[in-house]
Write a new protein. Sequence first.
Length: 199
Amino acid sequence: MYASLHLVKSLGITFRRFVETYVDDLRWFFKGGFGARYRPDTLPIRQSPTKSRGIFTVQYPAERLPLPERFRGFPFLIEEEGKLRCTACGTCARVCPPQCIWIVRASDPETGKPLREPAEFYIDISICMQCGFCAEFCPFDAIKMGHEIEIAAFDREKDLLLDLERLRKPLSYHAQIHPTEYAAEQEKKQARAAARARK
Ligand code: SF4
Ligand code: SF4
């Protein structure tokens, strides 16, 4: 009898949550219109154990949890003022544990001398284990870990072997997803420029 009472009580809680989910949908609708409950700023309320009503799981893919700044997706190359920061030094390819980076250094068409830029750059993100070593060891802050996570594809070679065009991303993207790191880099850059000017 005692156990049955607890069973009824727990089923009651589940039922209350179920009904409240629909009530909550309406509440968000009247508060902010369609999609209000899926806005990033309303997520902390919806996920709060004390403030939320109804279900508090994330309704993926309509709703997404914000990724932390240091989240490691897949690597990308930074393009600054129309030029890649990468000098084709090859450090990233050497430290990559599963060896999924391939680089071909560019060379001067007239002299044949090697240039400080890549002619080709490939990362096989079907092999990449998102360790971040490439970004950590790059001496030029040229490669960073992006925030892409939805990479499911049918054709591995076509969709998951990223070439130079797909790897390059503007500096503004880096600034947007890594604001703290970007600010620290800018500070260092300014300090170096000031030191040079003093000499
Ligand atoms: S991304 Fe960095 S480590 Fe890799 S080749 Fe370019 S400059 Fe070197
Ligand atoms: S994140 Fe790790 S596995 Fe992926 S390319 Fe960089 S070093 Fe290689």
